[in-house]
Write a protein that binds this ligand. Sequence first.
Ligand code: GDP
Length: 298
Amino acid sequence: AERLKAGLAKTRAALNTPLGELFSRARIDDELLEDLESTLLQADCGVEATHWLLDELKARVKREKIEAPALLQQALTELLEQLLAPLEQPIDFASHRPFIVMVAGINGSGKTTSIGKLAHHFQAQGRSVLLAAGDTFRAAAREQLMTWGERNNVTVIAQESGDPAAVVFDAINAARARNIDVVLADTAGRLPTQLHLMEEIAKVRRVVQKAEPSGPHEVLLVLDANIGQNAIAQVKAFDKAIGVTGLVVTKLDGTAKGGVLAAIARQCPKPVRYIGVGEGIEDLQPFRVDEFVSALFE
Ligand code: GDP
């Protein structure tokens, strides 16, 4: 929780100073509500979530005859928790073994780092892990994954050249042979401008399914919180190609745009499985709504 609080310092600063000022005003009036609207938009909550929050807030002010701005903060906290609650859904690993997680995301989103952090996290939970270096387009990506594998002392299935589908196929078979709990399969990143190039990642998904008909059991999309409203388009594009079942939202420590989770909740709801709050191996946490919302305001 302390890491999360430290991590969300920028979002908190973006929200808190203006919100603190709003909540300490003399009365609730149109001007206050307009300022609240622009504060939420600046934190990248997006138009839809911002309007939802404001409409609900106004309705509550009226219904509960709230007059003191100080009481608005409590109401806003509760509304944010209500809005984000559907995103808190931990992965159910017990359903399959090996449990196959396909990891996708655009270049620079923090995909490889998140795989390394996840491997560490799963091992700390007592699960055995195997990594599949499915990003065969960039040699650097494979190297980076191997490094994370060494750090975590987990096997990385990789091939010098070639076909991401073959790597993933091998990895799944190796995981079965070794009785591994979780397979984390990296996939080639793409540029934000290449969101249309979804065909080969869809192919990797089909290969996973061929190697393990019940899989993939989780299709994780890694999103950089700094991209703000572009997150919506990314979620939709990846979802269309590979059926996203969960998100990892990274770099929440370095951004003022933590509100992007509210936009996701409103516009393209997908479970936020984990959040990244730093570059270190420990800087990944399961998403907990109450912790997240209180870290925004404390
Ligand atoms: P990829 O191209 O998607 O595989 O991205 P990388 O995993 O190589 O990450 C790109 C950069 O973002 C690296 O410098 C990472 O250390 C950094 N990064 C990843 N996740 C986080 C995070 O949660 N917080 C911060 N501050 N940096 C992160």
